[in-house]
Write a protein that binds this ligand. Structure first.
Ligand code: NAD
Length: 346
């Protein structure tokens, strides 16, 4: 269930009233502690006992070490099966918190209150939880849906521009795979500002929800949501490993450019349509310099991607703007060509 928007926190308070959890645990990072927790606490109308669990911000925290630390704290505070974990943050908090909740005592309930654009439109919905391991993105995780997602677009007002743009990449992806009008609306925005993006959040969330409802466990159509992510995750992972992480959406934007090129190269999408995708993504996202990373290392990471089967690197590629296909096998030499193409874009 998703409440969007939850004016005055009415639906959250009603939800807590009806659920009557034994205790609340609120997971935050230092930024959502400062920017979002005061608003949440100021609006909670409950006498339930609560604890704040704070971690440092950043993708580097989405690890087994942090998960173990959180399991230990839950046990220390005697969280029982009726306890509720509230994930207040971006995709790192909702992925990690969802994973911790879905495994602690074989699963306690959790809700997501996304505070980044990326988490509102994408990470907080759909029930994929997870952590990275040995720099491989989301290699350990569960399918476990949040009991409820409460969305407050006002939280975006404190979000830095680069983070807003990172979430915008996933919104563009939703348009590209499922709704041409959504894509057109997004690329027509004069500026990438929270207020301008607000009116489009609901449609982006709905696209994801509609896809996930058809295929929760990613057996078929849900795979289209991985457009841009085969190359994107490799680019994100290699930066994480180098100690200079880049934002998820920045990596996905670069991934979508490479994969749109691959789609045209495979004659799946018309070249002019692929060019339109590439040109518009480039309008919003500056290029990422990949020259320090050998193509072999990136392709090696793609080989380890959990979406592969039978040792083949699988892609989800656009057939046209607004429609995508999945399980497309691409020979490795063409992936090198795509990376080369990207690196040579000026
Ligand atoms: N589960 C899924 O379906 C899914 C889908 C897409 C992405 N993801 C995952 O999501 C993660 C990325 O999420 P993200 O981009 O939200 O990153 P994030 O959670 O790291 O948040 C980005 C930054 O913004 C800060 N922040 C959050 N809310 C803020 C606010 N309101 N004001 C000011 N600062 C704020 C955070 O502290 C952090 O520094 C990745 O790990 C990615 O793999 C998961």
């Amino acid at each position: 269930m998703v409440s969007f928007p939850d004016e005055d926190f009415f639906q959250l308070n009603t939800y807590l009233d009806e659920l009557k959890p034994s205790k609340l645990f609120i997971l935050v990072d230092e930024n959502t502690h400062g920017h979002c927790l005061p608003t949440l606490l100021g609006n909670l109308e409950t006498s339930l006992p609560f604890e704040i669990l704070e971690i440092e911000s950043g993708e580097e925290m989405k690890t087994l070490t942090t998960a173990a630390h959180l399991w230990e704290i839950l046990a220390e505070f005697e969280a029982d099966r009726k306890a509720l974990l509230i994930n207040l943050g971006g995709g790192v908090i909702t992925d990690l918190g969802g994973f911790v909740a879905s495994t602690y005592k074989r699963g306690i309930k959790f809700i997501n209150i996304p505070t980044t654009l990326l988490a509102m439109c994408d990470a907080s919905i759909g029930g994929k939880t997870g952590i990275d391991h040995q720099f491989i993105k989301n290699i350990i995780g569960t399918f476990a849906a949040a009991d409820h997602v409460f969305v407050y677009p006002d939280f975006l007002k404190s979000l830095p521009f680069a983070e807003l743009r990172s979430g915008f990449a996933e919104m563009l992806k939703h348009g590209l795979i499922a709704d041409e009008k959504h894509w057109e609306d997004l690329i027509a925005l004069p500026d990438l500002e929270a207020e301008q993006v607000f009116p489009h959040i609901k449609r982006s969330m709905d696209i994801k929800l509609e896809i996930v409802e058809q295929d929760f466990r990613e057996q078929n159509i849900r795979k289209t949501l991985n457009f841009g992510h085969t190359v994107g995750h490799a680019i994100e992972s290699i930066h994480l490993e180098s100690g200079k992480p880049i934002l998820h959406g920045e990596a996905v934007a670069a991934g979508m450019i490479c994969e749109a090129w691959l789609s045209a190269n495979e004659k799946i999408i018309a070249p002019e349509e692929a060019n339109r995708i590439i040109e518009n993504i480039r309008r919003f996202f500056p290029p990422i310099d990949l020259s320090a990373f050998p193509g072999e290392d990136l392709v090696d990471l793609m080989r380890k991607d959990k979406k592969n089967s039978r040792n083949r690197i699988n892609f989800s590629l656009p057939e046209k703007i607004g429609r995508a296909r999945y399980d497309v096998h691409i020979p490795e030499e063409n992936i090198y060509h795509a990376l080369h193409y990207y690196q040579n874009l000026t």
